[in-house]
Design a protein around this ligand. Structure first.
Ligand SMILES: [Zn+2]
Ligand SMILES: [Zn+2]
Length: 373
């Protein structure tokens, strides 16, 4: 079996895939170990208490064993150690760090932290699930992870994870300011007393109604579209490309969407489940997979549903705004179901978007751009 990249083909059995996997695991294990030496600065305060010595040792050694296994496989298959040596370099550096310096565990809160641990954990577990899914069950066969803009999408993924703490504070602020002092304690106690599944459904429904509204406005108001156009510039849509969101778009949409989550008093279990659900569904909705979800496509947003939202054909602009429940679009008249069909192309037709995260971040602030979809 082989997978076509933009210029080359990755063939299973050639030793390249295993070589790249050893590099990926080597980099993950190295960065995660670094986090453990500077936990106050490089780990998110929410996760920090999870990093006991046992957890860190088991996780890092699992990465090391897998990484060494892939490096050896690559070496045997390729009969040369070029790629495998890079992987082994990172894996050896991790081992050296482990044996030379004792681990630091800390639960001290610091004012500002970088979410390097969140970046490593999320990219590792998301890759484990979605890369095989897109390799073995792809929708567009000619598209692979190494499409022309994958580095740009990775840059968006990296910065949004590293800045998770500061973004969280900014996103929470509108809800905190606008509702502080309001008599909502009674509502909060009633909401938190509702059974878990109903509470979760309500959380997803209410946030999706808020999300639908602000997302719709980002399409209809030219000033806002300048920012949202960055997300719609994705031509090779996949799980990683879903991260391509302008920072203004990200902050405004999430602030607005999270208002009900912060003020209605959902239980902690519902809040955490909601966060996991949103992360998985957002990644799944963009992934390049042909998995058939059957009747579930009428209940939950699927990749096919959201790919139509990204259609490059003007006939299908402004459809499928929901991110959880398609029936919200049915209610507002923006629902699009083309049966088994998928959009032939995604991306922007009218405006040419510059390449790279820096140029794209500046782009909406430039004057006189033709910008409406
Ligand atoms: Zn949109
Ligand atoms: Zn999208």
């Amino acid at each position: 079996m082989d997978f076509k990249t933009n210029n080359t083909r990755l063939k299973i059995g050639e030793g390249k895939v295993s070589g790249y996997l050893s590099i990926f695991l080597g980099v993950c294990s190295f960065l995660f170990t670094i986090c453990m030496y500077f936990p106050n600065v490089l780990t998110t305060s929410e996760f920090r208490h999870l990093y006991t010595e046992t957890f860190v040792e088991v996780f890092v050694f699992a990465l090391l064993i897998l990484g060494i296994g892939f490096a050896l496989t690559s070496f045997v298959l390729r009969k040369k150690a070029d790629i495998a040596l890079i992987g082994l370099g990172f894996l050896s550096a991790t081992l050296l760090l482990f044996y030379l310096f004792p681990l630091q565990t800390s639960e001290v809160s610091t004012l500002f932290t970088i979410g390097l641990d969140w970046l490593v954990l999320d990219i590792f577990f998301t890759s484990v699930i979605f890369i095989p899914l897109e390799l073995f069950l792809p929708k567009r066969l000619n598209q692979t992870k190494f499409h022309p803009e994958w580095r740009t999408d990775l840059a968006y993924f990296i910065y949004s994870h590293l800045l998770v703490q500061i973004l969280g504070i900014i996103i929470r602020t509108p809800a905190v300011i606008s509702f502080s002092g309001l008599p909502i304690a009674e509502i909060q106690s009633k909401v938190s007393a509702i059974a878990f599944p109903i509470q979760l459904f309500l959380a997803l429904l209410i946030t999706d109604l808020f999300q639908w509204t602000i997302h719709f406005l980002f399409h209809k108001i030219p000033l806002l579209w300048r920012f949202h156009a960055i997300h719609h510039s994705i031509k090779d849509i996949d799980w990683l490309a879903g991260s391509r969101i302008h920072i203004v778009d990200l902050i405004v949409v999430r602030s607005f969407t999270f208002i009900p989550i912060y003020i209605l008093g959902f239980s902690n279990a519902v809040f955490l489940t909601y966060l996991v659900w949103v992360s998985i569904q957002a990644v799944l909705a963009h992934s390049n997979t042909r998995i058939n979800f059957g009747f579930l496509k009428y209940i939950l947003v699927t990749p096919q549903y959201h790919h139509w939202h990204h259609s490059a054909d003007p006939e299908y602009y402004d459809k499928n705004f929901a991110i959880h429940f398609p029936f919200i679009d049915m209610i507002f008249g923006t629902y699009l179901d083309k049966g088994d069909k998928w959009p032939s192309e995604t991306g922007l037709n009218e405006t040419e978007m510059p390449k790279g995260i820096i140029k794209q971040t500046i782009q909406p602030f430039k004057l006189n751009k033709k910008s409406n979809p």
